[in-house]
Ligand binder design. Structure first.
Ligand code: EPU
Length: 428
């Protein structure tokens, strides 16, 4: 097992390119099951979640090629193979196999999903949607069994605005009989991306990106070619990193509208930001002002950037409050930042940052994907060497991170862990 080592304090300069969106990729790949002929998705990130989903499609009989970010999925040999255990536990988004397989085969058996622990992450709204469409859903020894004689369109009001439930219901409804209306739907760009793929496959979807989505079921879907949207969370991570340790960094392959809330907050802190058509420039920032952040559903400030932002906020002059309204336990990175000399207190869903602190290199552990991103940023800001373990989380969502950061002048590398270090990490 490897750890990441970072020599902090090297000024970052130049250009860094954002990859395709992880949270789109993990839905687009299962969506290819719904077609009766091959689909090609271009621009996929080279991350472990994508490789896991490729293997899952192969497990159900699909034939999948993946090279240079382009995935070709031939669904012709796919069957409704139960997937109660194994790879489905590796990522949260394996729940999209439920919607896609239910939509195609009218049945699915999928183990309850894994993924980052950020507090309780129920999927009751997904289930409510499947049941409204006519499926029977039972939980048998940690796997959900979904069965329907026929799927029929329905009006579904989501009690919680959920990205996963919105997409999963779309996947199950596109081949159902009649009209489905999803009310109080989530509006994230990834939902529009999935709806675009499905529409190009022959689905009839209106309103994706608003809070009411209307779907007219069709009998069959065909393969198509689709280019994924850029990853707004990776873009945001790079913008924050540039503000934290940069002296002029341009982030390429960004849709600036997707990161508007972050741009607003960075400007409020005093970070120089210039917006181009498909790129964002972050200038050297000094004397950062204190700001408060509250995570909200899109287009509000994304919870996925809350953790990286906390690292940057250790530089502010004053006190700042971060409140996560989406997840109750997304603060595991804070204990690690404290090891690096940050002065932060947590109280329930809020963290109070007292700045400025000069971060010091330390041995820290990534407990989840974005905690990993927060610690990499902290390592780049810190004096001395930082060692980050828990890389399996970072590898789930950031492709070619070392190459990309090295291109900006960061001193960052991977090292094999010794047996003793492995034991320490496992016992921690
Ligand atoms: N929720 C329910 N019931 C449900 C579904 C959700 O109560 O049936 C709650 C959740 O517990 C949470 C809130 O609703 O408090 C929002 O959850 P949502 O369903 O929107 O989250 P998700 O679909 O499971 C996706 C991203 C997350 C991101 C959230 C919020 C994927 C694969 N994951 O999760 O991304 O934090 O939306 O934007 O798309 C990440 O990339 O690091 C990550 C965790």
């Amino acid at each position: 097992m490897e750890k990441l080592k970072i020599e902090g304090g090297n000024p970052l300069k130049g250009n860094i390119k954002v990859s395709g969106a992880k949270n789109s990729a993990v839905a687009l790949i299962p969506a290819t099951i719904l077609a009766d002929s091959p689909t090609v998705i271009e621009g996929l990130p080279d991350i472990s979640d994508v490789h896991t989903l490729k293997a899952l499609l192969e497990e159900i009989g699909g034939s999948v090629e993946f090279e240079d970010g382009e995935m070709r999925v031939n669904p012709e040999g796919m069957v409704a193979m139960p997937l109660p255990n194994g790879r489905v536990k590796k990522l949260r988004a394996s729940y999209y196999l439920m919607g896609a397989m239910l939509g195609k085969f009218k049945k699915a058996a999928i183990g309850l999903p894994g993924g980052c622990y950020l507090g309780p992450r129920p999927i009751d709204q997904h289930i409510k949607g499947f049941e409204a469409l006519g499926a029977t859903v039972t939980n048998e020894q940690g796997a959900l069994y979904l069965r329907a004689d026929e799927l029929k369109g329905a009006r579904i009001y989501l009690d919680v605005v959920s990205v996963g439930a919105t997409i999963n219901i779309m996947l199950a409804a596109v081949r159902a009989k009649g009209q489905t209306i999803i009310e109080n739907a989530a509006k994230e760009p990834e939902i529009i991306d999935v709806a675009t793929l499905l529409s190009n496959m022959g689905a009839n979807i209106k309103g994706a990106g608003t809070n009411v989505i209307r779907i007219e079921g069709v009998d069959e879907l065909h393969g198509t070619r689709h280019t994924i949207i850029p990853d707004r969370i990776e873009a945001g991570t790079f913008m924050i990193l540039a503000a934290a340790a940069g002296e002029g960094v341009t982030i390429n392959n960004v849709i600036p509208l997707h990161v508007e809330s972050l741009i607003a907050k960075l400007r409020e802190m005093g970070v120089p930001v210039e917006i181009g058509d498909e790129d964002v420039y972050i200038g050297k920032s000094e004397n950062l002002k204190s700001i408060d952040i509250q995570t909200l559903v899109y287009p509000g400030f994304p919870t996925d950037l809350q953790q990286p932002m906390t690292s940057l906020m250790t530089k502010i002059h004053g006190t700042a409050m971060v409140t996560d309204t989406i997840y109750s336990a997304r603060f595991k990175h804070i204990d690690e930042l404290k090891r690096m000399n940050a002065n932060i207190k947590t109280e329930g869903r809020a963290a109070i940052v007292y700045g400025p602190s000069v971060l010091q290199g330390a041995r820290v552990k990534a407990s989840d994907l974005r905690a990993g991103a927060a610690l990499v940023i902290a390592g780049l800001m810190a004096e001395g060497i930082t060692e980050v373990t828990g890389l399996e989380h970072i590898d789930r969502g950031y492709s070619d991170l070392i190459e990309k950061l090295s291109g900006l002048g960061a001193v960052i590398w991977r090292e094999e862990m010794s047996a003793e270090e492995l034991e320490q990490v496992n016992n921690a």
